[in-house]
Design a protein around this ligand. Structure first.
Ligand code: ADP
Length: 238
């Protein structure tokens, strides 16, 4: 067992190049249970590369990621079990209903009763009535909630969300914010990538700004978003 104050995520020296482009240049990150990191930065700053490295989907060329005391590596698929990812590509299959999609996910995680778990998770996302629909029959907001439902099937303690508010109207955005607020527990850490800090500012406990593959800023969430905008503009200029 890792010590009680051990970080849930410990990333050290993450580096990744694509040809001449340095997507990450030696990034460190500690996240503790209860942390919600708002991950900001201009286009091309390395946000998705960092998120995919934390998810264990991308092997950095240098550095390491520990999650819940285990090193993410291709040789230990179980090390990724604490992680839930919402990426741009939904992991929902259009040939399957919502319920079938979630049951399949539950089987992949070897859950004891995938159907019961799927119904519980769908009910929590107010999607139980739509369980026999296919993803494309749902509104964008519902699709996003369904994708989150899938990511929550195995009750991950690290939830990684890549631009979860993109494409949502104001009502769906408010609903997603409320949902993420409910998912913010003392046991779980979250990383939320967003282009608009205001979308998730109140949810965050910490803020990180990547610029050119390095932290331009990493610290507790300041109280005042308007004041932070000035900091952001300064660091984003490089
Ligand atoms: P962000 O999410 O902040 O927009 P990314 O992590 O997507 O940034 O990309 C960081 C940099 O790495 C960019 O310059 C991008 O063009 C480059 N990059 C990312 N993925 C690839 C890839 N698969 N092939 C080539 N270049 C890539």
């Amino acid at each position: 067992m890792p010590p009680a104050d051990a970080p849930l995520v410990a990333a050290r020296g993450l580096a990744r190049r694509y040809g001449p482009v340095h997507a990450l240049r030696g990034v460190d990150l500690d996240l503790h249970p209860g942390d919600v990191l708002l991950l900001l930065g201009p286009n091309g700053a390395g946000k998705s590369t960092l998120l995919r490295s934390l998810a264990g989907l991308l092997r950095p060329q240098a550095g390491s990621v520990m999650v819940a005391g285990r090193r993410l590596s291709g040789d230990d698929p179980d090390a990724r079990r604490p992680i839930g990812l919402l990426s741009h590509q939904s992991l929902l299959y259009d040939e399957l209903t919502l319920l079938e999609n979630l049951v399949l996910a539950g089987r992949l995680y070897d859950l004891p009763d995938p159907r019961a778990r799927a119904e519980t998770v769908l009910a929590r996302q107010a999607l139980l009535e739509r369980k026999d629909d296919r993803p494309r029959q749902l509104s964008r907001g519902m699709q996003q909630r369904a994708a989150i439902a899938r990511a929550l099937m195995h009750d991950p303690t690290l939830l990684l969300l890549d631009e979860p508010f993109t494409g949502l109207d104001a009502v769906a955005g408010d609903r997603l914010r409320a949902l993420l607020g409910e998912l913010r527990t003392a046991e779980r850490a979250m990383v939320i990538v967003t282009h608009h800090a205001s979308e998730a500012w109140d949810l965050a406990t910490r803020v990180g700004v990547l610029v050119g593959g390095r932290w331009g800023y990493l610290g507790p969430r300041p109280a005042d978003l308007a004041a932070f905008h000035l900091t952001y503009q300064e660091v984003a200029r490089g």
